[in-house]
Each structure stands twice: as C-alpha cells, then as structure tokens.
Write a protein that binds this ligand. Structure first.
Ligand SMILES: Cc1cc2nc3c(=O)[nH]c(=O)nc-3n(C[C@H](O)[C@H](O)[C@H](O)COP(=O)(O)OP(=O)(O)OC[C@H]3O[C@@H](n4cnc5c(N)ncnc54)[C@H](O)[C@@H]3O)c2cc1C
Length: 195
C-alpha cells in the first residue's frame, strides 16, 4: 500500500490555512504548526477583510522616495520609525531602494498580477465547501481622490493599464451615481470590479 505523504506547514495565517486545505483536498495529511493560537496576533486576524486581486502595485515605486521624508517628519503621517533600529535596517532599506526603479516596480507588478488574478477563483473553490451566506460580498471597490494633480494615482492607473488589470475610471457624476452619500470633495476615482 502506498504510504500517505505527511506535510507540515508552519504558520496558521491565511496562507498556511489555504495551503493546508488545498493539500488536504489533494489527499495529503497536513499538520499546521503555529507558535501562537491560530489567528491570535497575525496579520490574518486584523486585516480589513477585503479580497484585493487588483493590489499588484508594489510599495517599491519611484514616487515613494519623494514622499518618505515628509511622511517621517509628520507626527500624524502613515510612517513611523524607531530611530535606534535604523542601523539594523540599512541592508533591508538598500534593497528596498534598489527595487524602487521603474523596471523593478513593473517586474513585481506584472508577476503579482499573475498570482493575484488566480486568488478569487481559488477562494471560490474553498468557499464552495462551506456556507458563507451573509459573510462575503462581491461588489467591487471604489477609490476616490480629491487632488486632481495627484501623480501617484496616475502612476497606479498607468501600471494597471500596462499589466492588463481591469479598472474603470470614474468622473464626479459616476462616483455620485455609485455612492450618492459621499460628500462631493472628490475630483475623480477608479472602480475595481474584481474584488
Ligand atoms: C491592518 C491590515 C489590513 C490589511 N487589509 C487587507 C485586506 O483588506 N485585504 C488583503 O488581502 N490583505 C490585507 N492585509 C494583508 C493580509 O492581512 C496579509 O497579507 C495576510 O494576512 C498574510 O497572511 P500570512 O498567512 O502570510 O501571515 P500571518 O497572518 O501573519 O500568519 C503567519 C503565522 O505564522 C506564525 N509564525 C510566524 N513565525 C513562526 C514560527 N517561527 N513558528 C511558528 N509559527 C510562526 C504566526 O504566529 C502567524 O500566525 C492587511 C494587513 C494589515 C496588517
């Protein structure tokens, strides 16, 4: 009799759990290991719960280099550093910088898109086995912005066009038609159906 292959997976976040389920479906015996209670302090516990196959644009991009100094200096900015950790971070930071070139950014975006494009059908395959009524919605996501000269938005739109990610650009009226309750502070937006 053929011996059943046993597989151990370290980490019981969404990655570990999904891999374990797919391997079980293929008939393997799988054990999940985690140093904590599953989902306890992991990223998979505290995220926004949004399936985002469109999110293939990496953080490493040429325009981030211009934004980072202002983010660090602002007390309410999205980036904070422990300054005594900076020396340890330098090797990582140099690699981060290297990947901010347009060429490397596009390389990452292209392959992220290929992987993420498979995410929704893969989730559907798992979801088919459980009752999800009322838990998952497929309504797409809309991003809006109020600065008509925001270069980063244009960069993101161009990248999505280049890698073939589906997107629908929205003008003020279209945003209002989709979400009439948002105050009209916006200039334009983009709707991402696949999410
Ligand atoms: C605030 C926030 C919002 C987010 N919103 C979204 C969103 O809306 N949509 C989206 O798609 N993504 C979102 N993300 C990203 C998403 O949550 C993560 O990419 C995803 O959860 C990562 O899953 P993971 O299984 O790789 O890692 P984790 O969920 O971090 O799981 C890793 C597990 O491995 C365990 N582990 C680590 N080291 C060891 C070890 N040595 N031995 C044993 N166990 C170990 C940890 O305890 C942990 O349980 C968000 C993230 C954050 C932080």
């Amino acid at each position: 009799m053929e011996k059943k292959l046993k597989i151990g997976i370290i980490g019981a976040g969404i990655q570990g759990v999904c891999n374990a389920l797919f391997l079980q479906k293929k008939g393997y015996e799988v054990t999940l290991f985690d140093k904590d209670e599953p989902g306890n302090l992991s990223a998979s516990y505290g995220n926004a719960g949004h399936f985002s196959p469109y999110a293939s644009i990496p953080l490493n991009r040429p325009d981030i280099l211009i934004d980072v100094p202002a983010m660090l200096l602002s007390s309410s900015g999205p980036l904070a550093l422990k300054w005594n950790y900076v020396p340890k971070m330098i090797p990582w930071f140099l690699k981060f910088l290297k990947n901010c070139s347009t060429k490397n950014m596009m390389h990452t975006a292209k392959y992220m898109h290929q992987i993420l494009d498979l995410a929704l059908p893969a989730y559907d395959e798992l979801f088919d086995q459980i009752d999800l009524s009322g838990l998952v919605e497929n309504k797409g996501i809309m991003y809006i912005w109020n600065d008509k000269n925001l270069k980063s938005r244009q960069l993101e739109i161009n990248i999505r066009n280049e890698i073939g990610a589906e997107q629908q650009l929205l003008n003020q009226k279209e945003i209002h038609d989709l979400e009439p309750n948002i105050k009209k502070i916006y200039h334009a937006g983009v709707f991402l159906q696949k999410s």
